[in-house]
Design a protein around this ligand. Sequence first.
Ligand code: ATP
Length: 237
Amino acid sequence: MHTILKLNGVSAGYGGTEIIRNVSLEVHRGEVVTIVGANGAGKTTTLRTICGIVRPTGGTIEFEGDRIDGLRSDQIVTAGVTMVPEGRQLFPYISVRDNLLMGAYKKTARATWHQRMDEVLEIFPRVRERLDQFAGSLSGGEQQMVAIARGLMSNPDLLMFDEPSLGLSPLLVSQVFAVIDQIVDMGTTVLIVEQNIVHTLRIADRGYVLENGEITMTGTGQELLDNPHIKKAYLGI
Ligand code: ATP
């Protein structure tokens, strides 16, 4: 078991307000790990802290054994960690191709972007058909696929997803999760934050429950699905 990401007692927030407290978690190579929790629990803040957008006020973050807390976001991407942000955050008035290119800004990725784009588009045939369109002209589901494809362009070791199913119809949600499965099969490790708990826990090897900024529970995806507290608090059963 090889630990790729390790958070040890991480606290972080905005302007003096602490949002996450003493968060410790591990992701092993090849795993799908999820952080589940209610609205406002601090899931997005946790991902933003890992990728250097929010500075931790306490604790340490290690990637492949090296401290990454304190690095800039671009240095963290170069180290091998990329995030597919909530709400996709594409550039609407440039082409899909150029949006994908933005994901390949790290030097090594830039040299081989042509080949990488070909590999990535294997997973997204519909995106390939739309490379010359403005990204903003695509449907919500197609935009989510572009956002995921952009995340893959840097060839990350760890790809983090923030609410990838948000705002999508049930069919598209299934497609997004099928794509995540393919990405895992390709050897990428995945950390996924979701409110769609059932779907996520089904594909996750392990999960952490985040409540009011603190980890309150951890277990395999199935253990958490079977847990009475989870059933009551998150599934209404
Ligand atoms: P959701 O599922 O609704 O996205 P979440 O678990 O991802 O929720 P966060 O987005 O991490 O939660 O937000 C946690 C808290 O941090 C919320 O109370 C939110 O209002 C606050 N917050 C988020 N971003 C900022 C910001 N840029 N400045 C100040 N407070 C923020």
